[in-house]
Write a protein that binds this ligand. Structure first.
Ligand code: SF4
Length: 156
């Protein structure tokens, strides 16, 4: 069955390196489910402006803080700097996929071939503008150097 996943542009990168770690237990439980769905194949990503299906647990209690993890931290999902990160990621995806018209609202099938190509682009630093300033960057660099073997999404 096809699963349509709302995915903000910089999360096209984060799904490549997701290794079961995140901001809270709720966050990782949700991301685990989404990663499993992508890994099974048949997943379509709808390019989303603003918070997406990965962000959702961080927004659910409506207080500006998430629950289920320790310590509770403010989320940044609506911040302008995160939207700027999305715009940069979308620009990279347009270039990398040779698809200049690619835009918010468009849908892309997350095939094994696409995930593999994006990981190659990630390792070659061709799609990583959005990673600049990200607190997870060193962790993601390590996972990339290890050829993503410790990442949850494995599609052969
Ligand atoms: S460095 Fe940050 S933005 Fe880049 S893939 Fe990792 S978590 Fe995502």
């Amino acid at each position: 069955m096809t699963h349509v996943l709302n995915l903000r542009p910089h999360h096209f990168l984060c799904i490549l390196t997701y290794a079961g770690r995140g901001y809270s237990e709720n966050f990782t439980r949700n991301f685990d489910d989404l990663a499993a769905s992508i890994a099974r194949g048949g997943c379509i990503a709808r390019i989303t402006r603003g918070p997406d299906d990965i962000c959702r647990p961080r927004l659910e209690n409506g207080s500006g803080h998430e629950t289920g993890g320790a310590p509770s931290r403010p989320h940044h999902c609506h911040d302008e700097r995160i939207q700027a990160r999305d715009d940069a990621a979308l620009a990279d995806l347009r270039r990398f996929l040779s698809c200049p018209a690619l835009d918010y609202g468009d849908e892309i099938r997350l095939t094994p071939e696409l995930i593999s190509a994006l990981r190659t682009g990630f390792q070659r630093n061709q799609i990583r503008t959005a990673c600049l300033g990200c607190e997870w960057k060193e962790f993601c660099n390590t996972l990339s150097r290890e050829n993503f073997i410790n990442c949850l999404i494995q599609m052969r």
